[in-house]
Design a protein around this ligand. Structure first.
Ligand code: NAD
Ligand code: UFG
Length: 334
């Protein structure tokens, strides 16, 4: 298939580009580089031994997106492009709705005009809000506590309406849990503009001495050791999940949402000790107060992904931490 990856130069998009291209798909990237570097294109070329076409554009440029869909005879779109920092979304809701919701509307208009009706959308476990039960299945009530989460909720609902309006649409929303790690080459990884605030990149910064210590946001949660528990998933597993989702959605009309996680929770202390083990570095930490908006535990029920997509995660915490460490060393030198 010919597949357009909006936000394809970003963290998850670049890893998915590798998997799709290696599986024989023709991949085209579209990105405005607001949270990625153009150098990722050369690194993808090194991994794949081929150049992936990349259109530098904002997804809100409907005409250019439509032209791209036509020029490359695109069969399906994976829509990664968007802003994703929860804290920032609370301060800049207009930017978040403009980028995420308006960006998706623009993409849908372009897809409609180019008659491309197959879409994989990057959703998030954030749509489950504060979990009412664990593990979280796809029927768990959805809600949002911040503008980022609400933008994902709005998009999911919008996509549902579109699938109802015309039975030609084939749409799958992948609700990612906590993506971490990097490609085994160490050439691509999570490379956000500005300082990280997610756990794994913060630990990596401590390991190489960029941060003096890790702040642990709370050790008084009702969890195994008091620290927050999440369903961390290796980004290469997540990338494989997109390959499986495409294979499924191309043959299934309508709208569906599927969790993409491992089904297992790990605490902050679990991640620290695994990172220390694989890197040989001591991760100095300090216990701080709880972070606003954080929840105690969140992990997925993954039966639907297994049954519908025939996909399940295969990498463990050690692989997640060791690939992050490899990438941290590479990006430190690059
Ligand atoms: P990322 O920031 O690394 O990648 C997003 C890419 O989209 C970047 O390259 C950025 O430059 C581009 N982009 C942003 N707005 C754009 C626009 N208007 N037009 C064109 N390009 C634009 O983020 P990521 O971690 O790869 O996340 C990809 C998607 O997955 C996002 O939609 C995000 O909300 C979702 N998601 C991410 C996580 C996570 O923890 N990383 C978790 C759940 C869901
Ligand atoms: N944590 C720390 N110290 C840090 C960073 C994080 O102790 O420096 C803790 C958090 O308190 C939490 C856990 O590590 O218990 C994970 O935090 P992350 O920031 O890595 O991830 P979140 O689960 O808070 O959020 C992530 C994405 C969101 C997405 C959500 C659900 O950042 O965008 O997963 O998919 F909505």
């Amino acid at each position: 298939m010919n597949i357009l990856l909006t936000g394809g130069a970003g963290y998850i998009g670049s890893h998915t580009a590798v998997v799709l291209s290696q599986a024989g798909h023709e991949v085209v990237l579209l990105d405005n580089f607001c949270n990625s570097q153009k150098s990722v294109l050369g690194r993808l070329q090194k991994i794949l031994d081929k150049v992936l076409p990349c259109v530098e554009a904002d997804v809100r440029d409907t005409a250019l997106v439509a032209k791209t869909l036509q020029d490359y005879k695109i069969d399906a779109v994976i829509h990664f492009a968007g802003l994703k920092a929860v804290g920032e979304s609370v301060e800049k809701p207009i930017e978040y709705y403009a980028n995420n919701v308006q960006g998706t509307i623009s993409l849908l208009e372009a897809m409609k005009s180019a008659n491309v009706k197959t879409l994989v959308f990057s959703s998030s476990a954030t749509v489950y809000g504060n979990p009412q039960y664990l593990p979280i299945d796809e029927n768990h009530p959805i809600s949002a506590t911040n503008a980022y989460g609400r933008s994902k909720l709005h998009i999911e609902e919008m996509l549902k309406d579109i699938a109802i309006s015309n039975s030609e649409w084939k749409i799958i929303c992948l609700r990612y849990f906590n993506p971490v790690g990097a490609h085994e080459s160490g050439l691509i990884g999570e490379d956000p503009n500005g300082l990280p605030n997610n756990l794994m990149p913060c630990i990596a910064h401590v390991a190489v001495g960029k941060f003096p210590y890790l702040k642990i946001y709370g050790n008084d949660y009702p969890t195994i050791d008091g620290t927050g528990v999440r369903d961390y998933i290796h980004v290469m597993d997540l990338a494989d999940g997109h390959l499986a989702a495409l294979a499924y959605v191309r043959n299934h009309k309508g709208w569906v949402a599927v969790n993409i996680g491992t089904g297992h929770g790990a605490s902050v202390l679990d991640i620290i000790s695994t990172y220390e083990f694989v890197s040989g570095q001591e991760i100095i930490f300090q216990i701080e107060g709880r972070r606003n908006g954080d929840i105690a535990s969140c992990y997925a029920k993954v039966d639907k992904a297994r049954n519908l997509l025939g996909w399940q995660a295969k990498y463990n915490l050690e692989k997640m931490c060791s690939s992050s460490w490899l990438w941290q060393n590479f990006s430190n030198k690059a």
